[in-house]
Design a protein around this ligand. Sequence first.
Ligand code: BTN
Length: 329
Amino acid sequence: MRQTALLQILADGKYHSGDRLGKALGISRAAVCKIIHQIEQQTGLDIYAVKGKGYCLSAPLQLLDKQQILEQVSARVKQRLQGMELFASIDSTNRYLNEKLRQGTEAPWLVMAESQLSGQGRRGRQWVSPFACNIYLSLLWRFACGPAQLGCLSLLVAMAVVKTLRKNAIAASVKWPNDIFVNDKKIAGILLEMRGEADGPSLVVIGIGINVAMQMARQKDIEKIDQLWTDVASVTGKSLDRNQLTAELLDALFELLEQLPEQQKVLLQHWQTLDMLYGENVEVCYADRTITGKAMGITEQGALKVHHRDREILCYSGDVSIRRQNKHE
Ligand code: BTN
């Protein structure tokens, strides 16, 4: 709590004396010094300490702010959202929300974090989540129907993320089933965890990570990313306001989720306009075999259609990559 309060004061990038910081937080100067060290260790931020001037961040910081987000979301989001939590640091927003769900929390419920110590990615990967660089959020949603009626949910969520990025002049597309790419590099990822009775209801934790401004991250964190990646700042040349982007994302998600499952097929019809794989030669890898062919969009059930010679193969799972043809092949 005190760490967050202190960071909020330092976020302007200006010098603040230990004395003034102590008074603002109701603690001693020695306690301020201790908290500053803790912040540096936990977040990787550089905080200068200069005699006679005080403490100052190496660069101004824009922190996530619940109030600012709520001021920017649509009335329907504000009305429906049952709860919203923001952590400076957490192991994983998905894990936390799953735990809350077991304890019987209301839905929709939103959890955001400035950093994640064990951010979860798909296929057991880690989602590298450095402090105050990106968006890490999980939204709990309750559907009256059973999971079988929500087979395309993860594809549709990916479409909502892409639309939000495109609204901000970022030429993102979806790589089936739900990876979000710009210029062949991953900019956002989705981890969906669903549970429910066959006849309903279904409860879904929708986890979304968007790389916004990775240049603030520590090199040692960046080195942990084991795939090609990009971020909003590199693509647009500027750093977008994360509070605004979060608000826009929530608007897009609520608009989508409120139409499901009834409108699933209709919404999926727009897939092709956001599809990164359409017409590309692809390789779909399974544990025991690999399928190659031309990606030709998806079925109504969300399966990837791959044309191989005269046959159409439907892929319901698997890891897809584009085969960039070598000139000499
Ligand atoms: C992927 O591998 O593409 C999925 C990445 C999902 C990352 C997000 S960040 C917020 C939420 N909490 C997690 O632990 N993971 C998801």
